[in-house]
Design a protein around this ligand. Structure first.
Ligand code: ADP
Ligand code: MG
Length: 394
Protein backbone atom coordinates (compact mmCIF):
# COMPACT_ATOMS: atom_id res chain seq x y z
CA UNK A 1 0.00 0.00 0.00
CA UNK A 2 3.06 2.21 0.07
CA UNK A 3 2.13 3.55 3.47
CA UNK A 4 4.56 3.79 6.39
CA UNK A 5 3.16 2.07 9.47
CA UNK A 6 3.76 2.80 13.09
CA UNK A 7 5.37 -0.59 13.87
CA UNK A 8 8.37 0.35 11.75
CA UNK A 9 9.23 3.38 13.90
CA UNK A 10 11.11 3.50 17.18
CA UNK A 11 8.86 5.74 19.27
CA UNK A 12 10.58 5.39 22.67
CA UNK A 13 11.09 8.81 24.29
CA UNK A 14 9.89 10.45 21.09
CA UNK A 15 7.28 13.17 20.99
CA UNK A 16 4.51 11.75 18.84
CA UNK A 17 1.87 14.06 17.39
CA UNK A 18 -1.12 11.74 16.95
CA UNK A 19 -3.89 13.22 14.80
CA UNK A 20 -7.14 11.47 15.70
CA UNK A 21 -10.79 11.84 14.88
CA UNK A 22 -12.21 12.46 18.35
CA UNK A 23 -15.12 14.42 16.92
CA UNK A 24 -17.66 12.65 19.15
CA UNK A 25 -21.26 13.81 19.48
CA UNK A 26 -21.78 15.73 22.75
CA UNK A 27 -24.89 16.19 24.83
CA UNK A 28 -25.20 18.35 27.96
CA UNK A 29 -21.43 18.77 28.14
CA UNK A 30 -20.76 15.02 27.97
CA UNK A 31 -19.73 12.59 25.26
CA UNK A 32 -23.01 11.10 24.02
CA UNK A 33 -21.45 8.37 21.87
CA UNK A 34 -17.88 7.26 22.52
CA UNK A 35 -17.49 5.02 19.43
CA UNK A 36 -14.75 7.21 17.97
CA UNK A 37 -12.92 7.42 21.28
CA UNK A 38 -12.96 3.64 21.72
CA UNK A 39 -11.72 3.21 18.17
CA UNK A 40 -8.69 5.34 19.03
CA UNK A 41 -7.74 3.43 22.18
CA UNK A 42 -5.54 0.72 20.63
CA UNK A 43 -3.14 3.14 18.98
CA UNK A 44 -2.86 5.33 22.08
CA UNK A 45 -2.25 2.29 24.27
CA UNK A 46 0.30 0.94 21.84
CA UNK A 47 2.23 4.22 21.91
CA UNK A 48 2.12 4.34 25.71
CA UNK A 49 3.34 0.80 26.01
CA UNK A 50 6.24 1.64 23.75
CA UNK A 51 7.27 4.65 25.83
CA UNK A 52 6.28 7.52 23.54
CA UNK A 53 5.48 11.03 24.71
CA UNK A 54 2.03 11.46 23.29
CA UNK A 55 0.35 14.60 22.00
CA UNK A 56 -3.19 13.91 20.85
CA UNK A 57 -4.88 16.28 18.43
CA UNK A 58 -8.38 16.46 16.98
CA UNK A 59 -11.05 18.81 15.73
CA UNK A 60 -14.56 18.92 17.18
CA UNK A 61 -17.51 20.42 15.32
CA UNK A 62 -17.17 23.69 13.45
CA UNK A 63 -16.04 26.53 15.72
CA UNK A 64 -14.77 28.32 12.59
CA UNK A 65 -11.35 29.45 13.79
CA UNK A 66 -12.48 30.92 17.11
CA UNK A 67 -12.35 29.72 20.69
CA UNK A 68 -15.87 28.59 21.56
CA UNK A 69 -16.51 26.78 24.85
CA UNK A 70 -19.30 24.71 23.28
CA UNK A 71 -16.69 22.94 21.16
CA UNK A 72 -14.08 22.41 23.85
CA UNK A 73 -12.49 18.96 23.94
CA UNK A 74 -12.89 18.95 27.72
CA UNK A 75 -15.61 16.24 27.75
CA UNK A 76 -13.50 14.19 25.34
CA UNK A 77 -10.45 14.51 27.61
CA UNK A 78 -12.34 13.23 30.64
CA UNK A 79 -14.00 10.38 28.73
CA UNK A 80 -10.66 9.35 27.24
CA UNK A 81 -8.98 9.51 30.58
CA UNK A 82 -11.53 7.09 31.99
CA UNK A 83 -11.26 4.72 29.04
CA UNK A 84 -7.46 4.73 29.13
CA UNK A 85 -7.28 4.67 32.91
CA UNK A 86 -4.63 7.37 32.85
CA UNK A 87 -4.47 11.13 33.01
CA UNK A 88 -5.21 12.98 29.78
CA UNK A 89 -4.04 16.54 30.21
CA UNK A 90 -6.05 19.03 28.13
CA UNK A 91 -4.04 22.01 26.88
CA UNK A 92 -5.70 25.42 26.93
CA UNK A 93 -5.32 25.88 23.19
CA UNK A 94 -4.23 24.14 20.01
CA UNK A 95 -0.90 26.00 20.43
CA UNK A 96 0.62 28.83 22.51
CA UNK A 97 3.12 29.40 25.33
CA UNK A 98 1.32 27.19 27.86
CA UNK A 99 1.36 24.32 25.44
CA UNK A 100 5.06 24.81 24.74
CA UNK A 101 5.91 24.80 28.43
CA UNK A 102 4.03 21.60 29.15
CA UNK A 103 5.45 19.91 26.12
CA UNK A 104 8.97 20.66 27.26
CA UNK A 105 8.36 18.69 30.44
CA UNK A 106 6.39 15.89 28.79
CA UNK A 107 7.50 12.46 30.00
CA UNK A 108 7.29 9.07 28.32
CA UNK A 109 3.88 7.35 28.66
CA UNK A 110 2.21 10.73 29.35
CA UNK A 111 -0.77 11.80 27.29
CA UNK A 112 -1.54 15.40 26.38
CA UNK A 113 -4.53 16.51 24.34
CA UNK A 114 -4.36 19.77 22.42
CA UNK A 115 -7.55 21.83 22.59
CA UNK A 116 -9.81 21.73 19.50
CA UNK A 117 -7.55 22.35 16.49
CA UNK A 118 -10.27 24.36 14.78
CA UNK A 119 -10.08 27.01 17.53
CA UNK A 120 -7.12 28.23 15.47
CA UNK A 121 -8.04 29.62 12.07
CA UNK A 122 -4.74 28.29 10.75
CA UNK A 123 -6.01 24.69 10.92
CA UNK A 124 -8.61 24.92 8.16
CA UNK A 125 -6.49 27.41 6.22
CA UNK A 126 -3.59 24.92 6.25
CA UNK A 127 -1.35 27.66 7.64
CA UNK A 128 2.36 26.93 7.35
CA UNK A 129 3.00 29.00 10.41
CA UNK A 130 0.69 26.82 12.53
CA UNK A 131 2.18 23.66 11.05
CA UNK A 132 5.64 24.97 11.96
CA UNK A 133 4.54 25.65 15.54
CA UNK A 134 3.48 22.00 15.86
CA UNK A 135 6.49 20.70 13.97
CA UNK A 136 8.76 22.46 16.50
CA UNK A 137 7.77 19.89 19.15
CA UNK A 138 7.04 16.88 16.94
CA UNK A 139 9.54 14.05 16.46
CA UNK A 140 7.06 11.67 14.84
CA UNK A 141 3.77 12.45 13.12
CA UNK A 142 0.99 9.87 13.02
CA UNK A 143 -2.35 10.29 11.28
CA UNK A 144 -5.16 8.01 12.35
CA UNK A 145 -8.02 10.39 11.52
CA UNK A 146 -9.37 8.83 8.33
CA UNK A 147 -12.59 10.87 8.54
CA UNK A 148 -10.57 14.11 8.29
CA UNK A 149 -7.99 12.98 5.74
CA UNK A 150 -9.87 14.44 2.76
CA UNK A 151 -9.30 17.90 4.24
CA UNK A 152 -6.43 20.08 3.22
CA UNK A 153 -5.86 21.21 6.81
CA UNK A 154 -2.69 22.09 8.75
CA UNK A 155 -2.81 19.03 11.02
CA UNK A 156 -3.54 16.72 8.08
CA UNK A 157 -1.31 18.05 5.29
CA UNK A 158 0.86 20.99 6.39
CA UNK A 159 2.39 19.36 9.45
CA UNK A 160 3.39 15.99 7.93
CA UNK A 161 5.09 17.90 5.11
CA UNK A 162 7.44 19.33 7.73
CA UNK A 163 8.12 16.16 9.70
CA UNK A 164 10.50 13.50 8.50
CA UNK A 165 9.35 10.52 10.53
CA UNK A 166 5.68 9.80 9.93
CA UNK A 167 3.19 7.00 9.68
CA UNK A 168 -0.46 6.11 9.32
CA UNK A 169 -2.27 4.67 12.30
CA UNK A 170 -4.11 1.33 12.35
CA UNK A 171 -7.57 2.74 11.59
CA UNK A 172 -6.43 4.41 8.39
CA UNK A 173 -4.50 1.31 7.42
CA UNK A 174 -7.61 -0.82 7.74
CA UNK A 175 -9.76 1.67 5.81
CA UNK A 176 -7.30 1.93 2.97
CA UNK A 177 -6.92 -1.83 2.81
CA UNK A 178 -10.68 -2.38 2.50
CA UNK A 179 -11.32 0.48 0.09
CA UNK A 180 -8.34 -0.52 -2.07
CA UNK A 181 -9.89 -3.94 -2.44
CA UNK A 182 -13.00 -2.29 -3.89
CA UNK A 183 -10.95 0.00 -6.07
CA UNK A 184 -8.35 -2.36 -7.42
CA UNK A 185 -9.33 -5.99 -7.00
CA UNK A 186 -13.06 -6.46 -6.57
CA UNK A 187 -14.15 -10.01 -7.20
CA UNK A 188 -16.97 -9.98 -9.72
CA UNK A 189 -19.87 -9.59 -10.02
CA UNK A 190 -19.38 -6.28 -8.19
CA UNK A 191 -22.63 -4.63 -7.13
CA UNK A 192 -22.99 -1.08 -5.81
CA UNK A 193 -26.10 -0.31 -3.79
CA UNK A 194 -26.66 3.43 -3.82
CA UNK A 195 -29.29 5.49 -2.08
CA UNK A 196 -29.55 8.48 0.17
CA UNK A 197 -30.62 12.02 -0.30
CA UNK A 198 -29.27 13.32 -3.58
CA UNK A 199 -27.82 12.31 -6.92
CA UNK A 200 -25.82 15.53 -6.87
CA UNK A 201 -23.89 14.41 -3.74
CA UNK A 202 -22.83 11.19 -5.42
CA UNK A 203 -22.06 12.09 -9.02
CA UNK A 204 -18.32 11.66 -8.56
CA UNK A 205 -18.87 8.33 -6.85
CA UNK A 206 -21.17 7.04 -9.59
CA UNK A 207 -18.69 8.18 -12.24
CA UNK A 208 -15.82 6.34 -10.63
CA UNK A 209 -17.89 3.21 -9.99
CA UNK A 210 -19.08 3.21 -13.60
CA UNK A 211 -15.91 1.51 -14.80
CA UNK A 212 -15.77 -0.99 -12.00
CA UNK A 213 -19.17 -2.31 -10.99
CA UNK A 214 -21.33 -4.72 -12.94
CA UNK A 215 -24.63 -3.70 -11.39
CA UNK A 216 -25.96 -0.54 -9.76
CA UNK A 217 -28.91 -0.91 -7.42
CA UNK A 218 -30.44 2.48 -6.76
CA UNK A 219 -32.92 3.34 -4.00
CA UNK A 220 -33.51 6.28 -1.66
CA UNK A 221 -34.41 9.73 -2.90
CA UNK A 222 -31.72 9.39 -5.56
CA UNK A 223 -33.94 6.88 -7.38
CA UNK A 224 -36.65 9.44 -8.16
CA UNK A 225 -34.36 11.64 -10.22
CA UNK A 226 -33.45 8.55 -12.25
CA UNK A 227 -37.12 7.55 -12.60
CA UNK A 228 -37.94 11.11 -13.70
CA UNK A 229 -35.25 10.75 -16.37
CA UNK A 230 -37.12 7.68 -17.63
CA UNK A 231 -40.31 9.77 -17.68
CA UNK A 232 -41.89 7.69 -14.90
CA UNK A 233 -44.29 9.88 -12.85
CA UNK A 234 -42.67 10.74 -9.49
CA UNK A 235 -45.51 12.70 -7.84
CA UNK A 236 -44.25 14.89 -5.01
CA UNK A 237 -41.15 12.76 -4.36
CA UNK A 238 -37.80 14.39 -3.91
CA UNK A 239 -36.50 14.95 -7.44
CA UNK A 240 -33.53 17.14 -8.33
CA UNK A 241 -34.94 18.85 -11.39
CA UNK A 242 -31.61 20.21 -12.53
CA UNK A 243 -30.06 16.74 -12.40
CA UNK A 244 -32.66 14.83 -14.45
CA UNK A 245 -30.59 15.27 -17.59
CA UNK A 246 -27.45 14.09 -15.91
CA UNK A 247 -29.33 11.07 -14.56
CA UNK A 248 -30.53 10.27 -18.09
CA UNK A 249 -26.99 10.59 -19.28
CA UNK A 250 -25.71 8.19 -16.65
CA UNK A 251 -28.47 5.73 -17.57
CA UNK A 252 -27.43 5.68 -21.23
CA UNK A 253 -23.79 5.28 -20.32
CA UNK A 254 -24.60 2.34 -18.08
CA UNK A 255 -26.56 0.78 -20.90
CA UNK A 256 -23.84 1.44 -23.48
CA UNK A 257 -21.42 -0.49 -21.30
CA UNK A 258 -23.78 -3.43 -20.92
CA UNK A 259 -24.14 -2.85 -17.24
CA UNK A 260 -27.32 -2.85 -15.24
CA UNK A 261 -28.84 -0.03 -13.22
CA UNK A 262 -31.79 -1.32 -11.27
CA UNK A 263 -34.46 1.11 -9.98
CA UNK A 264 -37.37 0.54 -7.58
CA UNK A 265 -40.40 -1.36 -8.89
CA UNK A 266 -42.73 -0.03 -6.21
CA UNK A 267 -42.64 2.46 -3.36
CA UNK A 268 -43.90 3.27 0.10
CA UNK A 269 -45.70 6.61 -0.26
CA UNK A 270 -47.39 9.23 1.90
CA UNK A 271 -49.33 12.34 0.98
CA UNK A 272 -47.71 14.26 3.79
CA UNK A 273 -44.69 13.79 6.06
CA UNK A 274 -46.71 14.67 9.17
CA UNK A 275 -46.80 12.03 11.89
CA UNK A 276 -49.75 9.65 11.57
CA UNK A 277 -50.38 10.18 7.84
CA UNK A 278 -51.45 6.83 6.35
CA UNK A 279 -48.66 4.91 4.65
CA UNK A 280 -49.47 3.25 1.31
CA UNK A 281 -47.64 1.09 -1.22
CA UNK A 282 -47.80 1.77 -4.98
CA UNK A 283 -48.79 -0.88 -7.54
CA UNK A 284 -45.83 -0.20 -9.80
CA UNK A 285 -42.99 2.26 -10.33
CA UNK A 286 -45.28 5.24 -11.09
CA UNK A 287 -46.16 7.58 -8.24
CA UNK A 288 -49.51 9.45 -8.17
CA UNK A 289 -49.66 13.22 -8.13
CA UNK A 290 -49.31 14.59 -4.61
CA UNK A 291 -47.76 11.37 -3.27
CA UNK A 292 -44.23 11.33 -1.93
CA UNK A 293 -42.11 8.18 -2.00
CA UNK A 294 -40.36 7.69 1.33
CA UNK A 295 -39.06 4.12 1.04
CA UNK A 296 -38.72 1.27 -1.44
CA UNK A 297 -41.71 -1.09 -1.59
CA UNK A 298 -41.91 -4.87 -0.94
CA UNK A 299 -41.53 -5.93 -4.59
CA UNK A 300 -38.39 -3.82 -4.79
CA UNK A 301 -36.95 -5.28 -1.62
CA UNK A 302 -37.38 -8.77 -3.01
CA UNK A 303 -36.00 -7.78 -6.42
CA UNK A 304 -32.92 -6.10 -4.95
CA UNK A 305 -32.32 -9.09 -2.65
CA UNK A 306 -32.55 -11.47 -5.61
CA UNK A 307 -29.95 -9.52 -7.59
CA UNK A 308 -27.65 -9.18 -4.60
CA UNK A 309 -27.46 -12.93 -4.13
CA UNK A 310 -25.26 -13.14 -7.22
CA UNK A 311 -22.76 -10.54 -5.94
CA UNK A 312 -19.20 -11.39 -4.94
CA UNK A 313 -18.30 -7.83 -3.95
CA UNK A 314 -20.90 -5.42 -2.61
CA UNK A 315 -20.52 -1.78 -1.68
CA UNK A 316 -23.45 -0.02 -0.04
CA UNK A 317 -23.82 3.71 0.37
CA UNK A 318 -27.04 5.55 1.08
CA UNK A 319 -30.25 4.49 2.87
CA UNK A 320 -33.18 3.15 0.83
CA UNK A 321 -35.65 5.57 2.42
CA UNK A 322 -36.14 8.08 5.20
CA UNK A 323 -34.86 5.48 7.66
CA UNK A 324 -34.74 7.93 10.57
CA UNK A 325 -38.55 7.57 10.74
CA UNK A 326 -39.60 4.10 11.82
CA UNK A 327 -42.51 3.64 9.35
CA UNK A 328 -40.11 4.41 6.47
CA UNK A 329 -37.14 2.37 7.69
CA UNK A 330 -38.14 -1.08 6.47
CA UNK A 331 -36.44 -0.92 3.07
CA UNK A 332 -33.14 0.12 4.63
CA UNK A 333 -33.32 -2.46 7.42
CA UNK A 334 -34.25 -5.14 4.92
CA UNK A 335 -31.21 -4.18 2.85
CA UNK A 336 -28.99 -4.50 5.93
CA UNK A 337 -30.51 -7.90 6.66
CA UNK A 338 -30.21 -9.14 3.07
CA UNK A 339 -26.55 -8.18 2.95
CA UNK A 340 -25.85 -9.68 6.35
CA UNK A 341 -27.15 -13.04 5.10
CA UNK A 342 -24.87 -13.16 2.05
CA UNK A 343 -21.97 -15.18 3.31
CA UNK A 344 -20.03 -15.58 0.07
CA UNK A 345 -19.54 -11.89 -0.74
CA UNK A 346 -17.11 -9.20 0.38
CA UNK A 347 -19.35 -6.50 1.85
CA UNK A 348 -18.48 -2.91 2.67
CA UNK A 349 -20.79 -0.17 3.86
CA UNK A 350 -19.76 3.49 3.84
CA UNK A 351 -21.31 6.91 4.44
CA UNK A 352 -22.44 8.56 7.66
CA UNK A 353 -26.15 7.74 7.49
CA UNK A 354 -25.72 4.30 5.95
CA UNK A 355 -23.31 3.29 8.69
CA UNK A 356 -25.73 4.64 11.31
CA UNK A 357 -28.51 2.55 9.73
CA UNK A 358 -26.40 -0.61 9.76
CA UNK A 359 -25.39 -0.03 13.36
CA UNK A 360 -29.03 0.55 14.28
CA UNK A 361 -29.92 -2.76 12.64
CA UNK A 362 -27.52 -4.58 14.96
CA UNK A 363 -26.00 -6.41 11.98
CA UNK A 364 -22.76 -4.48 11.74
CA UNK A 365 -20.61 -7.51 12.60
CA UNK A 366 -21.68 -9.38 9.48
CA UNK A 367 -20.09 -6.79 7.18
CA UNK A 368 -16.46 -7.17 6.16
CA UNK A 369 -15.81 -3.50 6.65
CA UNK A 370 -17.77 -0.57 8.06
CA UNK A 371 -16.14 2.52 6.66
CA UNK A 372 -16.56 5.17 9.32
CA UNK A 373 -14.94 7.93 7.30
CA UNK A 374 -18.22 9.41 6.00
CA UNK A 375 -17.32 11.85 3.22
CA UNK A 376 -13.69 10.74 3.31
CA UNK A 377 -14.58 7.14 2.36
CA UNK A 378 -16.62 8.29 -0.61
CA UNK A 379 -13.86 10.65 -1.72
CA UNK A 380 -11.30 7.88 -1.49
CA UNK A 381 -13.45 5.67 -3.70
CA UNK A 382 -13.91 8.55 -6.14
CA UNK A 383 -10.32 9.64 -6.47
CA UNK A 384 -8.28 6.69 -5.23
CA UNK A 385 -6.46 8.83 -2.67
CA UNK A 386 -6.85 11.62 -0.11
CA UNK A 387 -4.60 14.61 0.60
CA UNK A 388 -3.85 13.42 4.14
CA UNK A 389 -2.86 9.96 2.93
CA UNK A 390 -0.98 11.03 -0.19
CA UNK A 391 1.34 13.15 1.97
CA UNK A 392 2.32 10.04 3.92
CA UNK A 393 2.92 7.69 1.00
CA UNK A 394 6.44 6.37 0.61
P1 ADP B 1 -24.84 8.71 3.58
O1 ADP B 1 -24.66 9.64 4.75
O2 ADP B 1 -24.88 7.27 4.01
O3 ADP B 1 -23.87 8.97 2.47
P2 ADP B 1 -26.88 10.40 2.46
O4 ADP B 1 -26.45 11.50 3.38
O5 ADP B 1 -26.62 10.54 1.02
O6 ADP B 1 -26.31 8.99 2.98
O7 ADP B 1 -28.45 10.18 2.57
C1 ADP B 1 -29.11 9.97 3.79
C2 ADP B 1 -30.39 10.73 3.83
O8 ADP B 1 -31.21 10.45 2.70
C3 ADP B 1 -31.20 10.38 5.05
O9 ADP B 1 -31.33 11.51 5.87
C4 ADP B 1 -32.54 9.94 4.48
O10 ADP B 1 -33.66 10.39 5.24
C5 ADP B 1 -32.54 10.56 3.10
N1 ADP B 1 -33.47 9.87 2.21
C6 ADP B 1 -33.43 8.58 1.82
N2 ADP B 1 -34.49 8.27 1.06
C7 ADP B 1 -35.23 9.39 0.97
C8 ADP B 1 -36.46 9.71 0.32
N3 ADP B 1 -37.14 8.80 -0.38
N4 ADP B 1 -36.92 10.98 0.42
C9 ADP B 1 -36.24 11.90 1.13
N5 ADP B 1 -35.08 11.65 1.77
C10 ADP B 1 -34.58 10.41 1.69
MG1 MG C 1 -25.22 11.70 5.06
Amino acid sequence: MNLPTLDALDVKDQRVFLRLDLNAPLKDGQVADDTRLRAALPVIKDLRRRGAKIVLASHLGRPRGKVDARYSLEPVASALSELLECEVLLMDGPRGEGVKGLLASLRPHQVLLLENLRFDEGEEANSTELAQAWASFTDIYVNDAFGASHRNHASIVGLPQLVEKKAVGPLIFKEVEALNKLLHEPERPYIAVLGGAKVSDKIGLIESLMDKVDVFIVGGAMAYTFLAAQKVPTGASRVEKDKIRLAGDLLSRVEARDKILRLPLDHVVVSDLAEGTPVRVTEGPGIAEGDMAVDIGPKTRADFAQILRSGKTIFWNGPMGIFEREPFAEGTLHMAKTLSELSGAYKVVGGGDSVAAVQKSGLAQSFDHISTGGGASLEYLEGGDLPGIRVLRL
